[in-house]
Design a protein around this ligand. Sequence first.
Ligand code: FES
Length: 113
Amino acid sequence: MFRVGSKSDLPKGKVTQAGKFAVGNNGEYFAVGRTCRHFGANLAQGSIDADGCLVCPWHGAKYDVKTGRMILGPQGIFAKIPGLGPTFKALTRALPLRRGRVVVKDDEIFVDE
Ligand code: FES
């Protein structure tokens, strides 16, 4: 079990790293594997969008943190490559980001594999 920090360390809209996980607060705490399925960016350095999805810091792929699936493929120049987005989305249907279990004890947040 990894200690993430206190609740005040993870306000709504923030993402941080705890071990192999990107841990965030989109109104609920979540923990997903922190390696993007596209080129391996650290998703703990990503952001949370208005839909509560985790957005990759490199090329903007979006992940549903409940399922670990990519719901929007890589953006920018990668969005122009035919079939690339659907291919990565399909990949994460078969191999979603792993999800950790977030545990809150008193004021402390932990993530368990
Ligand atoms: S590395 Fe994440 S979208 Fe490219």
